[in-house]
Design a protein around this ligand. Structure first.
Ligand SMILES: *Cc1c(COP(=O)(O)O)cnc(C)c1O
Length: 524
């Protein structure tokens, strides 16, 4: 999709700030219709919101999450599979998103007692909830009490759950058994190690435990969640789950669901070439073949050691040819590595298994953005810093402009998650953001050297001015509120839900949003 018109100035002359030279290294965000429209026509509206509610400010677009669910559902339909789409709530704390979602056919994955309570209070019922992650007894009790599925980490959790069910006379608990460390042939370990789940080779012992607690725990399936973009690893894991389902049936259980977890990802950038060029130039910068592109020569995982390039880029693949629902489609279309090479989706269909997915990030793609007000813009005339790192990950002065924002690195965790993507400049005076281009470092409002919103020089169409806003697009997945703190008693961003009716934008505080129309026709 197109990017916002506010970020389109492409003057390549005169950009030589912050140690960068030549063509500006833009990393333009991929913006779908709703977010693009908001950034194109909503400038005055967004300024008014920040004037009223302060900076930083988070915007969520609840209608987009329903659209994203539909995309996943259409992949299920395409493969003729039944099953459930569990939104991994941990990606965003928003009430509006969770309340809008409850009106769709999605389900919800709660990873803490608080998330479970939030879901229940937002209209979800236990039969549409799965609980994952580390579980304290209160969390397990409420899950069992309300009939939620428990994604069980291993035999200990099964024991613990069974004891609770008996002690408090709870309904029989439905459990998905989380597996990990799948192997294909013999000893080749093909899926990575994880803190979570039971190694697939220990399934027998796990089933022994489940067998002892049949009266209290009903195993409804098996699953995995792998934090990787590798389709090969996921195909191996899915195949391992198909085998585990057979083993369970052979032991007299009646499992019906295979849970492939989350990790479908987002493609953040509009242009593959910009991403390729950026990472190539970054490598050159670390090797000293071009001026630094980062604060203090930060290498994002790359470094030079006695003349050789070491390490690897620890960045999210910001441009992904395959992400979200398309990634699920690719996984299901993939031939099973060892089970005769037929597509994994076909094997699921023929075995009559339900497919469970747990997308977090992918379901909130394009569902929100974060606004920060520009406080001041300073020129530093210190030249590009090619000197040694000071140990804090930063050197001292890199030449160019420093832009200080009324927000800090915890409020917009893009860099923290390794997502490199340009913000969109929304001028205070409403004029289009055009100019000769400027490369700037974005600094936060904490009294802390490390409080950099970007460790890289960011190219903007012109130098920002105090009072302008920078909009960080697509932050709803983990980057909006996951790491926000009250450090230094700085305000934590408020969150508003926004929707468009005709040409006008409407908003309400996130906690005021309900997916209904009030008497008189006013939508919440
Ligand atoms: C975090 C998590 C997810 C969601 O992961 P994404 O990468 O956001 O899709 C799903 N399942 C489990 C068990 C998780 O811990």
């Amino acid at each position: 999709m197109s990017t916002a018109g506010t970020n389109t100035a492409r003057n390549t002359a005169g950009i030589n700030a912050a140690g960068t030279a030549g063509e500006p290294l833009y990393l333009e965000p991929r913006l779908e219709r709703r977010s693009a429209a908001l950034l194109e026509s909503g400038g005055p509206f967004l300024h008014a919101l920040v004037d009223a509610l302060g900076s930083p400010l988070n915007i969520v677009l609840p209608d987009q999450i329903a659209r994203n669910v539909e995309r996943f559902r259409s992949v299920f339909r395409h493969h003729r599979l039944t099953g459930r789409i569990f939104f991994a709530h941990k990606a965003n704390r928003s009430s509006a998103l969770v309340r809008r979602l409850v009106t769709t056919d999605a389900a919800l994955d709660a990873a803490s007692l608080g998330e479970l309570q939030h879901a229940l209070a937002s209209g979800w019922t236990g039969d549409r909830i799965m609980t994952t992650g580390p579980k304290d007894p209160e969390f397990l009790w409420l899950a069992a009490r309300t009939g939620a599925v428990v994604n069980a980490d291993g035999p200990d959790e099964v024991e613990q759950a069974a004891a609770l069910v008996r002690a408090y006379d709870l309904p029989r608990l439905r459990a998905v058994l989380r597996l990990s460390e799948f192997e294909t042939s013999g000893t080749t370990l093909l899926s990575r190690r994880s803190r979570f789940g039971t190694p697939a080779r220990s399934l027998k012992d796990l089933l022994d435990t489940v067998d002892r607690h049949r009266d209290a725990v009903e195993p409804i399936g098996v699953g995995y969640h792998l934090d990787t973009t590798s389709l090969d690893e996921k195909a191996t894991a899915l195949e391992g789950c198909l085998r585990a389902m057979e083993e369970m049936r052979a032991r007299g259980f009646s499992p019906r669901a295979v849970d492939v977890g989350g990790g479908f990802g987002i493609s953040y950038l509009a242009h593959a070439e910009q991403w390729a060029r950026y990472t190539t130039e970054l490598t050159h910068a670390v090797m000293g073949r071009r001026p630094p592109m980062t604060w203090g020569g930060h290498g994002y995982g790359l470094r030079m050691e006695s003349g050789t390039l070491k390490g690897s880029l620890s960045l999210y693949p910001a441009h992904r040819p395959l992400a979200g629902a398309d990634y699920l489609d690719a996984l299901l279309s993939r031939p099973a590595p060892a089970l005769g090479g037929r597509p994994l989706g076909t094997l699921l269909l023929e075995s009559l298994h339900d497919l469970y997915v747990e997308p977090g990030r992918a379901l909130v793609d394009q569902c929100g953005l974060t606004l920060g007000r520009v406080l001041d813009v300073r020129h530093t005339d210190t030249g590009p810093d090619t000197g040694p790192d000071t140990g804090s990950g930063m050197g001292t002065g890199s030449g160019g402009h420093l832009v200080r924002l009324a927000m800090n690195a915890g409020d917009v965790g893009l860099e923290d998650h390794g997502v490199l993507m340009d913000p969109v400049l929304l001028p205070r005076d409403g004029t289009p953001a055009r100019g000769d281009g400027a490369a700037v470092y974005l600094m936060g409002n904490l009294c802390l050297e490390a409080d950099l919103i970007t460790r890289r020089a960011v190219h903007l169409p012109r130098l920002p001015r105090p009072g302008d806003l920078l909009a960080f697009p697509n932050t709803a997945g983990y980057c909006m509120d996951f790491g926000a703190t009250h450090a230094q008693r700085q305000p934590v961003a408020r969150k508003v839900a926004v929707h468009r009716e005709g040409e006008s934008w409407h908003w309400c505080l996130d906690e005021q949003y309900w997916p209904i129309t009030r008497p008189g026709g006013q939508r919440t």
